[in-house]
Write a protein that binds this ligand. Sequence first.
Ligand code: GLA
Length: 389
Amino acid sequence: MTRIFAISAFTLVVFYMSCKKETKNTGEGIDSTATTMPVKIKTDVFGKLADGQVVNRYTLVNKNNVEMQVINYGGIITTLKVPNKRGVMEDVVLGYDSLSDYVKETPYFGAIVGRYGNRIAKGKFTLDGTTYTLAQNNNGEHLHGGLKGFDKVYWNIEEIEHAEGPALKLMYTSADMEEGYPGNLAVEVEYVLTDKDELKISYTATTDKKTVVNLTQHSYFNLTGNPANDILSHEVMIQSDQFVPVTKSLIPTGELKDVAGTPFDFREPKKIGLQINDKDQQLVRGLGYDHCWVLSSSENIKFAASVYDPTSGRYMEVHTTEPAIQFYSGNFLDGTLTGKKGIVYNQRHGLCLETEHYPDSPNQPKFPSVILNPGETYATTTVYSFSVK
Ligand code: GLA
């Protein structure tokens, strides 16, 4: 259970005064305006948006010194430092050093994606006889919420108290017809960095008009800790017997295909690079893996996938309440983006495991429903857990 960590102005002042002397600003990445409160979450200014809005960076550190940084813009996770098998902490997510780089161009590095993660055919869907038209921002299809999806909006963030470790609540209300979607949608996302080295993400949303929702997180992982390396020798396992085949523009054909006997079979751990260049029609269409795997339909949290990097020993598991997971092998990274520490992001140097509903569900009556009605609460949870082997 979580409880809002409401700090009144008075207690804030008293608290600050009482600990001012003991706190030290290490100066490392933290500017002189940093709030040095003796709480688990440090805040500093990451940058300013064109409209003057200040984007803060929140640094969460758990009891094992695992560290995560999050910014208001897009709810982006900019940094996630976890140990390798020798205990060395390294950053395992792709991203940029500055806000302006995120604003300029990003393939959703570390961001919250919504209202609809993944694609909707031709950017159209119909609810109760009304057809809604969304941006066709990806080869004639709608992708990841449109031109200004949840990855590009300003999220209000507050620290919350959580029994399992440092935690943030991110809040955004998407107005009726924003990006063409009906209904005022109030969204809350909770990021908890647990003391068991898990990143626990819980999403909730409510609407005042029937709408569609499919929220996800778009972190790109490279478990080597150095994205100058590719991810082809990472070993992936996906707990799934079927995947969702797609057309040339990556819209589901409508069928579900058995993974058995195909390069999409990850039921046993397998190096990503083993079959990624096979002359398989689906791999050719995705430029590699960029597909949705069907998980058990249970709404309980369940094991979905794992990734292991034999060189660093880092091992990540994904558990989720969602019915599917998109495994994207970073095929569209093409060396044109330079990320943190000046490292160029080449093709397949990062991978995403986006827990979600199937793509184009609003137009596929046989897929699990993504409709949210007034009075209902959308609620999903995904946990990324880190350890070494
Ligand atoms: C998702 C999609 C990919 C690609 C990336 C962003 O993972 O499935 O096709 O669009 O986002 O580049």
